[in-house]
Each structure stands twice: as structure tokens, then as C-alpha cells.
Design a binder for this molecule. Structure first.
Ligand code: GCO
Ligand code: MG
Length: 393
């Protein structure tokens, strides 16, 4: 556990030949449950096994637990999987993407986060991202009448929603939100031109019919996607959204397995699957999800918020560059302190991330520095309607 500005859980696996690999096991706001799952239940089963048997170890941990799926289990399995791929790459002397089939593209297109309290503010921030070379930008702005909302932070290059040692309370008003977002997109399209991709995260806050209406209202501005338009427990909802809008739909940052998105994909109810390495069982399982999605013309759009460590980001980039149906990668920069604790080999250039040629994942942990920043309890916020009703954050 280390907290260089925010909490990260990192698994380090060492072989008896002295090669080590790293895996990200961070589950924002519930970190210690994964630490316990690993320390108490997974690590004892790994001692003495053959580090090369990645698939067998994955199956052993998944089937062997009897209790399948879920974020804690799948983050723990993911960390083991990432670390074993890192080891395999280091032993082979090859960057991981080479073991996954080699590069299918020259770089990984990423989207940055422009956010501001007002429309004007947000558009200005988006212009500064454009000036940095970003080809895709997510837009989130404050909602008139609400003191705070998802995605709008003081800092313009980092966003850390897990901001307090007990959950902060946000407030919500759907009508006010639905009035402001189309205006934001209109202003942004006018200021930023036709070519840049514009994205938006609804963060699970609309009913299906509201999502249908927002999607339709955004159509003139050709959004790249509308993310997490409605909570995805009831996946029938997506049929209703689809009946009303051609705005592409993205979902899945909180999904953990193929089983969570199998029907959404096979019924072609989504366009982008956002599952990522750390929360969806590692590279081994994410490859399976992507291959399945490819059959149905669904592309990937991996989650890449700051709560996913540079270890996960490195793994995601090897994955992104090596699959045929890559769509886009979220990229929220980490703070300098985080980058110091996790020296890494990827770099940003002209709107894309490049993973580099270091063997394995191409990321390390400075354990001495990491030890200087002990775990600090931090929660994600909760969200209430203005009459106090607990809502979706
Ligand atoms: C995103 C996400 C994040 C999550 C965060 C929760 O699209 O980047 O919605 O902002 O809220 O990862 O820990
Ligand atoms: Mg999101």
C-alpha cells in the first residue's frame, strides 16, 4: 500500500531466479479488502508455482475460489496476472505487447479530461488540451444551481474523486444537468472545430429514457461517446436508449468479467467496452473480453482514471496496442509524486501514448519512496437529490 497523493495497492511477485513482476490491485475506496484477499487467500497458493503458467494460475484462482467474479476477487486475480506477464516479458527480454502478438498501431489514442465550473471555463480548458495535441477530449462542466458534481475538480490535469476520510456529499438535479450538457457540447464544437473527438461521462445518473433524450440532444455535435448513461445492473435499459439515439454508448468501467458485458455486446447494445486490466481480471481476461467484443464490432475504451496506477496504465497500453478492435484509452495524468513512486516507460506525444521497448510491462516501483507515504483512508463521494434522497454517484 502506498499513498503518494492517493492510495495504490501493488503486488510484487518474485521468482526464485530473482526476476520480479508488478501488478496493480487498486480498488478505489475499498483498497484494504483486496490487500487482505491477496495476503490471506491468494499469496499462499502462489508460493512454489511455475510463474510461466499464466493461464493455469488464472483458472486456478478464478475457478478455485468457488466464489467467482466481483471487484475484490477480480482485482486480486488481475494483479497476479499482470505481475506474471511482467515476469514473462522480462525473461523473454521483450516488451509485453510483443508477446501479445505485436503492435497493430503506432500509438494509443487517448482522451484527456477538460472540466470547469462553467461552460466557458470548460471550453477554455478543452482548448488547452487541444494545444497539447490531444485528439480526443472528455467534457464535464458544473451544473447551474449545484455546488459540486462528478468530474469537475479544482485541478485541471488530475481528478481525484476519493477526496475525504468519510464520503463527501454531492447534490444532484437531473433536469438542470440535462439542460446544460447540450449547451456545453454546442459551445465546444464551435470553439474546437469538427475534428477533435468529444466525450462525456454521465456517471450512471440517468434513467434510460432520459439517456435516450440526452443522446438525441447531443447528436448534432457528434459525440464520440456517451459513457455510463444509466446504471448497468439492468442491462435491458440499453435497448431503450438505443431505440432513441445514435450517439455511441460506452459502458463497463465497473465491470469485472466477460459475464458482466456478454449480453450487452452480443446484442450490440453498446459501442465501446470500458473494462480495464485491474478491475477485469488482468490481461488474460481482458483479451478474452476484447476478442468476444470484436466479433460484434464493439471496440475497447479502457478506463484510465487516476485511481488506476501507472502499473495498470502500462499493462493497458500493451493490451491497447496489440488488439485489433482498440477504440480509445482514457488518460488522466498522475501527479508527479505518483510518477516518482512508479517510474514508467510510457510517454505522451501528439495525442497518443507510446509504451516503449522496455522488457515486460515497463514500469517499476521505488519501494523506499513508496514506504514514505502510508495508506490513508479515502472514500468516493455519495450523491443526493436536492430533497435528500440518496442517488447514484
Ligand atoms: C472515469 C470514471 C472515474 C471514476 C473513478 C472511481 O470515467 O474516469 O468514471 O472518474 O469515477 O475511477 O474510482
Ligand atoms: Mg466513467
Amino acid at each position: 500500500m502506498t499513498c503518494p497523493g492517493r492510495n495504490f495497492v501493488t503486488l510484487k511477485i518474485e521468482t526464485d531466479q530473482g526476476v520480479y513482476g508488478l501488478g496493480d490491485a487498486t480498488l478505489n475506496g475499498r483498497e484494504l479488502s483486496v490487500v487482505s484477499y491477496l495476503e490471506d487467500h491468494v499469496i499462499p497458493c502462489l508460493i512454489g508455482r511455475d510463474a510461466h503458467q499464466i493461464e493455469d494460475i488464472w483458472q486456478y484462482l478464478y475457478r478455485g475460489a468457488y466464489w467467482r467474479r466481483g471487484p475484490v476477487t477480480m482485482s486480486a486475480i488481475a494483479a497476479v496476472d499482470m505481475a506474471l506477464w511482467d515476469i514473462k516479458g522480462k525473461i523473454a527480454g521483450l516488451p509485453l505487447y510483443q508477446l501479445l502478438g505485436g503492435a497493430c498501431r503506432t500509438g494509443v489514442m487517448v482522451y484527456g479530461h477538460a472540466n470547469g465550473t462553467t461552460i466557458e471555463n470548460t471550453v477554455e480548458v478543452a482548448q488547452s488540451y487541444q494545444a497539447l495535441g490531444y485528439k480526443a477530449i472528455r467534457l464535464q462542466c458544473g451544473v447551474p444551481g449545484l455546488s459540486s458534481t462528478y468530474g469537475v475538480s479544482k485541478d485541471k490535469m488530475f481528478y481525484e474523486p476519493a477526496d475525504a476520510d468519510l464520503p463527501t456529499e454531492n447534490e444532484w438535479n437531473t433536469e438542470a444537468y440535462m439542460r446544460v450538457v447540450p449547451k456545453l457540447f454546442k459551445a465546444a464544437r464551435e470553439a474546437l472545430g469538427d475534428e477533435v473527438h468529444l466525450l462525456h461521462d454521465v456517471h450512471h445518473r440517468l434513467t434510460p429514457i432520459e439517456a435516450g433524450r440526452l443522446g438525441r440532444d447531443l447528436e448534432p455535435y457528434r459525440p464520440f461517446w456517451m459513457e455510463d448513461a444509466t446504471p448497468a445492473e439492468n442491462q435491458e435499459s440499453f435497448k431503450l436508449i438505443r431505440q432513441h439515439t445514435t450517439t455511441p454508448l460506452a459502458v463497463g468501467e465497473i465491470f469485472n468479467t466477460l459475464w458482466d458485458c456478454k449480453d450487452l455486446i452480443s446484442n450490440q447494445l453498446i459501442d465501446y467496452i470500458r473494462a480495464t486490466v485491474v478491475h477485469a481480471g488482468g490481461i488474460t481476461h481482458l483479451k478474452r473480453i476484447a476478442s468476444f467484443a470484436d466479433v460484434y464490432g464493439v471496440k475497447t475504451g479502457c478506463h484510465g482514471a487516476t485511481d488506476l496506477s501507472p502499473v495498470c496504465m502500462s499493462a493497458a497500453l500493451h493490451f491497447d496496442v496489440s488488439i485489433p478492435n482498440f477504440g480509445i484509452q482514457e488518460y488522466m495524468r498522475h501527479t508527479e509524486l505518483t510518477d516518482e513512486v512508479f517510474p514508467h516507460n510510457y510517454s505522451f506525444k501528439a495525442g497518443s501514448l507510446h509504451i516503449g521497448e522496455a522488457p515486460g510491462l515497463g514500469v517499476d516501483i521505488d519501494e523506499e519512496k513508496a514506504a514514505k507515504y502510508p495508506y490513508q483512508r479515502a472514500y468516493l463521494p455519495v450523491n443526493r437529490l436536492q430533497d435528500g434522497t440518496l442517488f447514484n454517484w
